[in-house]
Design a protein around this ligand. Structure first.
Ligand code: WT7
Length: 631
C-alpha cells in the first residue's frame, strides 16, 4: 500500500473514509511485522473515551525497528547517527550495531528487575543511550516515560510519582552550546523531594569530564551493561494494546497529563505517516532536530524512521553553536536528505543572516519539514528559497502529543502547498471545523478544529485517569475528538492552523500550561493570585507574561519580579522564561470566577479599547484599573 502520487492520495483518502477497517488493515499489514493477526481492527467509542486498535494482535515494537531490517539484509546500513554538541563529536551505529546495543540494554534492564508493564523514567538528553533505552523498554514491554531535560526537579518528581516509576535512567549531564547541564543534580533533587516508587537510578556518563556523586540508589549504566548485557535478546510477543509509553504534556488546567500510547496502533501510525509524508528513499539520511523528550522525537526521530529502516540522525546541541551555520554544516557533513525542524529554530537562523546558510552546499536536501507551531508565510518562504533553493518541497506537519503522529500535512513532492498552510488531511483522517455552537461548518471559514473519527495513533488514555481523558477530549463536542486548536479552511480546501484556543502556550515550540505557571507563582508567600498569558513574539512565537495580584498591603518591585521568575524556573523548569510581570490590583473574571485571559493577552499587546464581548465580565471597572497600571 504505497502513496506515491496525488492520484494515489485522492484514491486512498476517499477509500480510507468509506472502508475504514479495510484501509487500516492494509496499512498495518504493509508497514508492520505482526506475530499474531488481529481479530478486530478497531473498537472505538468517542462517547465513552474508548480507543482500541488491532484487538487480539501481537507484535514486538523493537523487533520492527531492528531485527526485521537485519533479516532483510540491511544489517550493515546506518541506523543511527549521533552528533554531539561539540563539532566533530559523533557516533554511528549500523542496524546490527544498534540491535546489539538494544539487546544488551534489554538484558541489563531485566537483570535490574524491570518487568513488562513497569514504568521506567528516562531523563536523558539527545545521546545514543536515549534511543537504545527506549527501544530496550519497548522490547521487554516496560513502559517508558521520557522527561525532557529542561524540566526541573519538581516537575520530575510529580511525573515520576504520577506514573509510579520503578527506575530512573539518566545521564551525568549534557552539553548545550557553551553550557553544561547537570541532569544528575536534578534527579538527586527530585529523589530528595521524594520518589518512593524508585528503586534505582541508573546513570550514563556523558564523558570523562563529569563524574557523579554516588548516592545509595545510583548504578553506573556502563558497568551494568558490561556485567549483564549479553548481545542477544529474544523480544517477547506483546499485545497490540499493551502500553508502549507515557509522555507528559500540558493542558489548560491542572497538572500535566500522562498521554498514553499503545504498541500496535502507535507504531503502525508512526511508520505509515513517516513514509507517506516524508517519502524516504533507500539509503537516505534523515534528521529531525527535536529533542527525544518530546513527541516529535519519539515518533519521528525513533519509531517512524527506524520502523521504515531509514537512518536517523540525532543532535545534542543547539542551532547556533558554535555559530548559526551549525545545522547546514551537519547537513553537508552527513549528506542529510530529509530535514525536519521547528519554526522557532528557523526564525532564529533566519535572523542570523543568509551568509551562514550559503556558506554550505545543502545539495543533499530533498525534503524539508516543519512542526510545533504555525509557521508564518515569511518564514516558510525563507525556508523554501534560502535553505531549499526551491528544490526541496516543504511539509508543514500539524499534529499533537495526543495524536501520536502527523494528521494534516502535505505529502513531500506530491501535494500542492501554500506558504503557512498545513494543506490536507492524511488518508484516514477526518477533520471538521465547528462554529461556536458546535455545529459543523462546511466550506471555507474559521472555527474549532476537531476530528470526527479515530486513527491508530490516537492516544489511548491519560495514565491512571480515564475520567479526565473523556472530559478533556470528548466532552467538549460530543462525538468528536477536540484538538484545542483553531483552524480555517480556504476555498480550495486547504487547512490553516491558527493556534491554540485554550490556555496552552507555545514558547519556542515548547508546550506549557498557564495553570502550571500560576501554581508555581502561588508558592511565593506574597502572591495572592496570578494569570499567565502567551503574547505573540517574533522569535519564540509566544512569550510568557504574567499578571500578579499581591496579598493585601504588599507592593511589587523589580526584585520581587526576579524572585517570581526564578521560582517559576525552579518549579517548572528551564524551558520557561518569564518575560514580563505586571502588578495589578485585581484580575478580570467572569461572574462564575473564571479568569478572562484573552483580555489580559490583548492588554499585554498594547490594546486599550477593543476587548471583544465583555458581557460576562463580573467587574468592568477592573479593565480601567489595569490599563492605568500598564500606562
Ligand atoms: C500543538 C501540539 C506535534 C509535535 C510537536 C508539538 C501546535 C503543532 C503545528 C503546525 C500549527 C502546530 C498546535 C498543536 N502545532 N504543529 N504544523 N502548525 N500549529 O506537539 O507539544 O503536543 O503541541 O502544537 O497548537 O495543538 P505538542
Amino acid at each position: 500500500m504505497q502513496i506515491r502520487s496525488w492520484a494515489d492520495y485522492e484514491y486512498f483518502y476517499k477509500n480510507s473514509l468509506e472502508h475504514s477497517d479495510e484501509f487500516w488493515s492494509a496499512v498495518a499489514e504493509y508497514k508492520i511485522k505482526w506475530r499474531k493477526q488481529w481479530s478486530q481492527v478497531s473498537e472505538i467509542d468517542f462517547n465513552l473515551g474508548k480507543i482500541n486498535w488491532f484487538l487480539g494482535a501481537e507484535l514486538n515494537v523493537s523487533e520492527n525497528c531492528l531485527d526485521r531490517h537485519l533479516e532483510s539484509g540491511k544489517g550493515d546500513q546506518i541506523a543511527l547517527i549521533w552528533v554531539g554538541n561539540h563539532p566533530n563529536e559523533e557516533k554511528i551505529f549500523t542496524f546490527r550495531e544498534l540491535y546489539r546495543e538494544v539487546c544488551r540494554a534489554s538484558n541489563a534492564l531485566e537483570a535490574l528487575g524491570v518487568e513488562k508493564g513497569d514504568r521506567v523514567v528516562l531523563y536523558l538528553p539527545n545521546i545514543p543511550e536515549v534511543v537504545i533505552s527506549i527501544l530496550a523498554c519497548a522490547r521487554i514491554g516496560a513502559i517508558h516515560s521520557v522527561i525532557f531535560g529542561g524540566f526541573s526537579a519538581h516537575s520530575i518528581q510529580s511525573r515520576v510519582n504520577d506514573c509510579g516509576a520503578k527506575l530512573i535512567l539518566t545521564a551525568t549531564g549534557t552539553y548545550r552550546g557553551n553550557k553544561w547541564i547537570d541532569l544528575k543534580a536534578n534527579i538527586d533533587e527530585a529523589m530528595a523531594l521524594g520518589c518512593p516508587s524508585v528503586t534505582k537510578v541508573i546513570v550514563c556518563e556523558r564523558d570523562s569530564a563529569h563524574g557523579f556523586f554516588s548516592q545509595s540508589y545510583d548504578l553506573k549504566w556502563a558497568e551494568w551493561l558490561d556485567r549483564f548485557g549479553s548481545e542477544n535478546h529474544l523480544g517477547a510477543s506483546h499485545s497490540a494494546g499493551d502500553p508502549l509509553f507515557i509522555l507528559y504534556t500540558s493542558g489548560s488546567t491542572g497538572k500535566p497529563k500522562g498521554v498514553l500510547h499503545r504498541m500496535g496502533g502507535y507504531l503502525t501510525y508512526a511508520a505509515y505517516t513517516y513514509d507517506i509524508v516524508f517519502q524516504p528513499k533507500e539509503n537516505d539520511i534523515y534528521w529531525c532536530t527535536a529533542d527525544v523528550g518530546w513527541i516529535t522525537g519519539h515518533s519521528y526521530s525513533i519509531y517512524g524512521p527506524l520502523a521504515n529502516g531509514v537512518a536517523t540522525l540525532i543532535y545534542e546541541g543547539v542551532p547556533n553553536y558554535p555559530d548559526p551555520g551549525r545545522f547546514w554544516r551537519i547537513i553537508d557533513q552527513y549528506q542529510v536528505a530529509i530535514f525536519y525542524t521547528a519554526p522557532t529554530a528557523l526564525r532564529i537562523l533566519a535572523s542570523a543572516g543568509d551568509d551562514f546558510v550559503k556558506k554550505y552546499s545543502r545539495h543533499s536536501l530533498r525534503v524539508l519539514g516543519t512542526v510545533g507551531e504555525p509557521i508564518s508565510p515569511e518564514t516558510w518562504q525563507w525556508y523554501d528559497e534560502v535553505v531549499g533553493e526551491k528544490r526541496a518541497p516543504i511539509v508543514d506537519t500539524w499534529w499533537q502529543t495526543e495524536t501520536g503522529g502527523i494528521l494534516i500535512s502535505p505529502l513531500a513532492g506530491i501535494s500542492p502547498t501554500k506558504p503557512g498552510s498545513a494543506s490536507f488531511p492524511l488518508p484516514g483522517i477526518e477533520p471538521k471545523i465547528l462554529d461556536d455552537a458546535g455545529k459543523e461548518k462546511l466550506g471555507s471559514g474559521p472555527g474549532t478544529l476537531v476530528l470526527a473519527r479515530s486513527w491508530p495513533g490516537q492516544m489511548a488514555g491519560i495514565y491512571g485517569d480515564p475520567e479526565r481523558f473523556y472530559k478533556t477530549y470528548f466532552a467538549p463536542y460530543p462525538g468528536y475528538y477536540w484538538t484545542g486548536d483553531g483552524a480555517q479552511r480556504d476555498d480550495e480546501g486547504f487547512y490553516w492552523i491558527t493556534g491554540r484556543t485554550d490556555d496552552v502556550i507555545k514558547i519556542s515550540g515548547h508546550r506549557l500550561g498557564t495553570a502550571e505557571v500560576e501554581s508555581a507563582c502561588l508558592v511565593h508567600p506574597f502572591v495572592s493570585e496570578s494569570a499567565a498569558v502567551g503574547v505573540p513574539d517574533p522569535i519564540t512565537g509566544e512569550s510568557l507574561q504574567i499578571f500578579v495580584l499581591l496579598k493585601e498591603g504588599l507592593k511589587g518591585s523589580e526584585q520581587l519580579a526576579q524572585e517570581l521568575m526564578d521560582l517559576v524556573r525552579k518549579e517548572v523548569g528551564s524551558i520557561v522564561s518569564l518575560k514580563k510581570v505586571y502588578w495589578v490590583p485585581g484580575l478580570p473574571k467572569t461572574r462564575s470566577g473564571k479568569i478572562m485571559r484573552r483580555i489580559l493577552r490583548k492588554m499585554a499587546q498594547g490594546e486599550k479599547t477593543h476587548f471583544g464581548d465583555l458581557s460576562s465580565l463580573a467587574d468592568p471597572a477592573i479593565i480601567e484599573m489595569i490599563l492605568a497600571i500598564l500606562e
